[in-house]
Design a protein around this ligand. Structure first.
Ligand code: 5GP
Ligand code: ZN
Length: 116
């Protein structure tokens, strides 16, 4: 799927109006449509990348920024000490359904490991 038809590209570039929890030149964060925890935020790069499997060494800064953003949001929202989980579902076995790279930031309940 090209970025023209990608739902997360539309959110990132404002074609679908959304409320951002965080935005900078590299990535944006917004609430998941179907939350799986009291807090469920998606952090995505502005630039379209299909999945983690498509990343290359050039993407290291973007991937790092996504992780740093997750930690910043956790601190700002006050759940850093209690804890949280970050997840990147990748391709079919990983359960990925939207093919624009995204990181789930989940908090507000106890998570089990390994996940189902
Ligand atoms: P995946 O299964 O690919 O890791 O996660 C995709 C996530 O995107 C799901 O948690 C789903 O609820 C969320 N999602 C799908 N479409 C939309 C949308 O249009 N807006 C928002 N905010 N979340 C979406
Ligand atoms: Zn996209």
């Amino acid at each position: 799927m090209g970025s023209e038809d990608c739902i997360f590209c539309k959110i990132a570039d404002g074609r679908i109006p959304s409320t951002f929890v965080h935005e900078d030149e590299t990535c944006v964060a917004f609430n998941d449509l179907s939350p799986q925890a009291p807090t469920h935020i998606l952090i995505i790069p502005r630039k379209h990348i299909d999945s983690l499997a498509q990343t290359e060494p050039d993407h290291a800064v973007t991937l790092g920024q996504m992780l740093v953003t997750a930690a910043e949001i956790a601190k700002n929202k006050g759940f850093s000490d209690d804890g949280y989980r970050v997840v990147i579902n990748t391709n079919s076995d990983g359960g990925q359904t939207v093919f624009h790279l995204h990181m789930h930031l989940l908090a507000g309940r106890q998570f089990v490991f390994p996940p189902g």
